[in-house]
Design a protein around this ligand. Structure first.
Ligand SMILES: C[S@@+](CC[C@H](N)C(=O)[O-])C[C@H]1O[C@@H](n2cnc3c(N)ncnc32)[C@H](O)[C@@H]1O
Length: 224
């Protein structure tokens, strides 16, 4: 696995990857191919987000930095820095249960709260009622993912993209401590159940996670 990462790092340096993946390496984001666990979502993001690149979009990410990364990598929020670089005109919003008030990034507003609490999520909507892209990379617990989806999907713009990362990894202890909820990847594959939770879904797409080699590690809900 680490031989593969070293090879990927060389390919990034040689300019053989797309721009999003190159930025993931620059900002040490595990959404790329050089930082463990090498999710490789950046390749999908390049394909999905390229059309929005030069627009003044509103973008939201839930979950801002792995606790280990905050110190060991010596940088604040790898993915927020990557979005800011990729989307030069975007307004970027971040949401996290931990305190990120120390983060000082341009065009960025961070709200603190629990994604399993819809009142906390509404603090985001008070700051920005329409998002073009929402990425859920927060607790990864099914209950939290679905409270967030139900609360924020109505605030996604038409043709907007709602992304949920790591559909194949839920933290067992957190999952057990929250109200019992079916796995989000199963919900996303059950169109009638999904339509009961949210409306105006155009389509749901799944993409591979490089680490897990499954075809449904990443879910993208496209709004009508
Ligand atoms: C995997 S990390 C995010 C990584 C970051 N997006 C990146 O690409 O580098 C998960 C983040 O979710 C946050 N988090 C965990 N539980 C949460 C919750 N219930 N509500 C909001 N954020 C939560 C954690 O504090 C952590 O910052």
């Amino acid at each position: 696995m680490f031989y593969g990462a070293a090879k990927a790092a060389v390919k990034v340096r040689l300019g053989l990857y797309d721009e999003m993946t190159t930025l993931a390496a620059k900002y040490k984001s595990d959404k790329g191919v050089t930082i463990f666990p090498f999710h490789g979502y950046s390749v999908h993001y390049e394909m999905l987000f390229e059309r929005l690149r030069d627009r003044a979009i509103n973008m939201l990410e839930i979950g801002l930095a792995r606790r280990t990364d905050r110190r060991s990598l010596g940088i604040g929020c790898p993915s927020l820095s990557m979005w800011l670089d990729y989307f030069p005109k975007a307004n970027v919003f971040g949401f996290d249960i931990d305190d990120f008030s120390w983060v000082d990034l341009p065009r960025t507003q961070i709200v603190r709260g629990d994604q399993g609490n819809s009142d906390d999520l509404r603090k985001l909507v008070a700051k920005c009622p329409r998002f073009d892209i929402i990425i859920d990379d927060g607790s990864h617990a099914s209950y939290d993912q679905q409270v967030t989806l139900k609360t924020l999907f109505p605030h996604l713009a038409s043709s907007g993209l709602y992304v949920i990362e790591d559909l194949r990894w839920q933290p067992d202890d957190l999952e057990a401590s929250l109200p019992p909820t079916r796995k989000t990847r199963d919900l996303l594959k059950d169109r009638s159940a999904l339509d009961e939770l949210i409306s105006d879904v155009k389509e749901v797409r799944f993409f591979a996670s490089g680490t897990r080699k499954t075809s449904d590690g990443l879910g993208v809900i496209v709004k009508r």
